[in-house]
Design a protein around this ligand. Structure first.
Ligand SMILES: Cc1cc2nc3c(=O)[nH]c(=O)nc-3n(C[C@H](O)[C@H](O)[C@H](O)COP(=O)(O)OP(=O)(O)OC[C@H]3O[C@@H](n4cnc5c(N)ncnc54)[C@H](O)[C@@H]3O)c2cc1C
Length: 390
């Protein structure tokens, strides 16, 4: 077999990219360096992503990666979304998660569960300028997601939603929200239904924005649903199947969080490597000390392991092979790796690493969220153990 044939068969290596993947990755990497890097500190301080930058992300093609050409999207693979999230997070994980939620949760849910009518009405918008958000969590239901209390009551040809969602990423920027609510709390998870809610629907408001430790530029807000009328044709999937929509989308979404963690750790390691070559102590660059070299070697090794796990889970998903355990493992491992690697980067910068004048303290703050959202580390371990012990 030639190298090309092996690559086409996926047999060469996980980190071997085909030509299209290489071009896409390069374009996103160059965009991040040119358009995002100069804004990182300001976005963190102001806790917002400027709309002009979001428009440029749409122009770049990273906001509708898997949307088919006929709806104006990129017609590419899930793996491309993962490459985009990684490359963007290397520079700013807040931009990484904006793109991640758009592709791996929202668009993914539309593609998998949307009726032809929903796809026709929403996918062209999501490809062209509309940001999406995904609203499952509530004050009383996080890890126990299906204990949610938001109610959907059927009325004529519509549902009326009442409740509050908490922690919703992209809420400030989004115009389309996938909202999980129950049509019958006594039915448990079988009552859960997914609805497409537009920002302009009467009774819908975006509430308080959280003041966070990290990924500060990414908006995280409460959603208020006060007798919010949603047309019956805006049910995503079927009534009572919302738990499947949620589980299946989040299984894939967490590969994106793995990619975010790999990207931000690579960013931190890049900064640390450049710094240790320049910083002199005891008359020579600190990179000359074996103690420092070994720390960097270990971090790079952990990072490579995490990247391989993320790529493997993404490629399994694209090949339509089982990936549930691999996705949970890649999120668990890469988010813990990110905490170690970003902490080491701060350490290697010494006192400077502890200040906002250098980029690593932000990446250290940004890393922590990987162990919390889209299922905490304990919940990933519960998923892995359930598969192993079944
Ligand atoms: C910045 C940010 C963005 C977010 N974005 C979104 C979003 O876009 N959409 C959305 O729907 N949600 C979002 N979330 C919510 C997120 O998914 C939840 O915070 C997360 O699932 C944890 O839920 P919780 O906060 O209620 O914690 P809890 O479930 O209360 O967990 C608290 C602790 O208890 C542990 N724990 C709980 N149950 C068990 C158990 N059975 N066994 C062992 N340990 C357990 C957990 O691991 C954790 O350490 C976001 C959260 C944050 C902070």
């Amino acid at each position: 077999m030639s190298v090309e044939q092996m690559a086409a068969a996926g047999a060469l290596s996980l980190t071997h990219f085909n030509e299209e993947e290489q071009l896409f990755r390069r374009a996103v990497t160059e965009f991040a360096a040119r358009e995002i890097r100069p804004l990182v500190r300001e976005m963190d301080e102001q806790a917002r992503i400027p709309r002009a930058l979001i428009d440029k992300l749409f122009d770049l093609g990273v906001m509708g990666v898997e949307i088919p050409d006929e709806f104006g999207g990129g017609g590419a693979t899930f793996f491309h979304s993962i490459l985009a999230v990684e490359a963007l997070s290397r520079v700013d994980p807040s931009v990484g998660v904006l793109v991640d939620v758009q592709n791996t949760l929202c668009i993914n849910a539309f593609l998998r569960w949307g009726s032809d009518d929903l796809k026709r009405r929403y996918l062209p918008k999501l490809a062209a300028g509309t940001v999406g958000a995904y609203a499952l969590s509530e004050a009383g239901s996080g890890s126990d997601a299906f204990a949610l209390a938001t109610r959907a009551a059927g009325r004529d040809d519509a549902f009326v939603l009442t409740g509050r969602k908490l922690w919703i990423t992209n809420a400030n920027e989004a115009d389309v929200f996938i909202v999980l609510a129950t049509i019958d709390p006594s039915a448990g998870y079988r009552g859960i239904t997914a609805f497409i809610v537009e920002r302009g629907f009467p009774g819908f408001t975006v509430g308080k924005k959280e003041d966070k430790l990290g990924i500060r530029a990414s908006s995280t807000c409460e959603l208020l649903l006060d007798d919010c009328r949603v047309p019956a044709e805006n049910v995503l999937g079927t009534v009572g199947q919302g738990y499947k929509v949620a589980i299946e989308t989040l299984n894939e979404g967490r590969i994106g969080i793995g990619a975010q963690m790999v990207g931000l750790s690579q960013g931190a390691l890049d900064h640390a490597i450049a710094y240790v070559k320049e910083r002199k102590q005891f008359g020579k660059p600190i990179a000359d000390f074996q103690g420092v070299q070994f720390q960097i070697a270990k971090a790079a090794t952990e990072l490579e392991a995490a990247r391989l796990m993320v790529y493997n889970a993404a490629r399994l998903r694209d090949a339509r092979l089982p990936f549930l355990t691999e996705a949970a493992m890649c999120k668990l491992f890469s988010s813990e790796m990110a905490e170690h690697v970003t902490s080491l980067a701060v350490q290697l910068f010494g006192g400077y690493g502890y200040t906002k004048d250098y980029p690593v303290e932000k990446l250290y703050r940004d890393a922590k969220i990987g162990q919390i959202y889209e299922g905490t580390s304990n919940m990933q371990m519960a998923t892995i153990a359930k598969q192993l012990l079944a």
